[in-house]
Design a protein. Structure first.
Length: 392
């Protein structure tokens, strides 16, 4: 919705949600043992409550989230196209989180089936206009959900439909690949073209690359040129000291706060993970630095942005909607890291996510119509589930 994400253009910028994926949990088999007993119990309780909250908040049509907002001012997301994109992306993320959750039993299985039906019916979202193409988030998170479902064999009766939808979404993504090779969700530089001529965003590109990796794991064919162009764009976004710029347009201002290690702390794990999943080497020292930036060095700056209503109004141009997104991808990155890094960072990751828990069991980091609790809870559940590991 990525969730998506936007930038420094005041109230017009946007955001989204998004991200999620089940990326195997075998590496986390011993992660919970790195936590103090009280923290491990708190993580487990929060994950169970988050699962129940998602089950209780599913709409009658099988989706999650809506355009309703209690706020007089919202981010730039016109109806119907952008709102359709937000709802589909949020639903894909919730399905991924429930697929990974060890809680919920039969009710969870039914919710996943209803969520998949919603995605199959609504995933082919049109862009709202030449400016707004948030639909790339819907494509990315839907692919993640379908890839996870196919890999887990969670809905064998829908396999043919899921594979057909994956093929169609991959083709749609090719049509929205920016001229620089990545993906963005807003064309704010004055260009109104298809495919978009405006700059891509690094985290959008990373999120979609992870989704494409998941469907590739499930046997769905993705054109090599689609992946190669996106990887090259993502590599160009890497700043000399390691963080990833907001997007290719922002490469022109490498010293800006949004491109620094604090401003990029919630983006860098996603970018590193995307490269790793597509065969690129990331040194352990680089992983450690990105995790330490998020969870230790600049953790207070990330928390300072929580729930601020204007995008990028906080220190270092950080937005609250990056928070749970960034920590979910940190969990995925940590999952694929050596034991030493997991031992070092797992407790801080757990505490960072638990800072967003609400009395009703939900999680949220940024007010976004009525999508913020479903996407925030899904991101949190993905993170907490990975911390618990297979042993729960």
């Amino acid at each position: 919705m990525g969730p998506p994400f936007t930038r420094v253009l005041g109230l017009k910028v946007a955001s989204v949600v998004l991200v999620s994926l089940g990326l195997g949990s075998s590496c986390w088999a011993q992660t919970a043992s790195y936590l103090p007993d009280s923290l491990r119990l708190e993580v487990r309780s929060a994950a169970e409550a988050a699962t129940q909250w998602l089950l209780g908040s599913q709409r009658e049509d099988g989706g999650w989230g809506s355009h309703h907002s209690p706020r007089p001012i919202e981010i730039f997301a016109s109806a119907p196209g952008s709102q359709d994109a937000f709802r589909v992306a949020t639903t894909g993320l919730a399905v991924c989180a429930l697929l990974d959750s060890p809680f919920g039993g039969a009710a969870k299985a039914l919710a996943v089936e209803r969520g998949l039906d919603h995605l199959l019916e609504h995933c082919h979202v049109r862009r709202q206009s030449g400016i707004e193409h948030y639909n790339v988030w819907a494509f990315g998170f839907t692919l993640q959900a379908f890839g996870e479902c196919l890999s887990k064999g969670a809905s064998p009766g829908k396999e043919g439909s899921l594979r057909g939808a994956c093929n169609a979404l991959v083709e749609r993504l090719a049509g929205y690949q920016s001229v620089d090779g990545g993906w963005g969700y807003l064309s704010l530089q004055g260009y109104r073209t298809h495919p978009p001529a405006a700059s891509s965003m690094s985290f959008t590109t990373a999120t979609i690359l992870v989704g494409l990796a998941r469907v590739q794991d499930a046997g769905v064919e993705v054109p090599d040129v689609l992946i190669a162009r996106a990887l090259e764009s993502l590599r160009r976004c890497r700043m000399p000291k390691g963080p990833y710029s907001y997007g290719e347009l922002w490469n022109r201002s490498p010293q800006s706060l949004i491109n620094g290690p604090a401003g990029a702390a919630c983006r860098t794990p996603a970018c590193q993970l995307a490269l790793i999943l597509h065969g690129q080497a990331i040194a352990d020292s680089d992983r450690n630095r990105s995790l330490a930036d998020l969870l230790v060095r600049y953790s207070n700056l990330q928390r300072a942005a929580l729930r601020r209503p204007i995008p990028h109004e906080s220190w270092c141009q950080i937005s609250g909607y990056f928070y749970l997104y960034g920590h979910a991808y940190a969990a995925y990155l940590l999952e694929r890291s050596p034991p030493g890094l997991r031992r070092r960072h797992a407790p801080a990751l757990a505490r960072a996510v638990l800072a967003c828990v609400q009395p009703d069991g939900s999680f949220w980091d940024y007010p976004l119509y009525s999508y913020h609790k479903p996407y925030g809870t899904a991101f949190a559940l993905l993170t907490l589930t990975r911390i618990l590991g297979p042993g729960r």
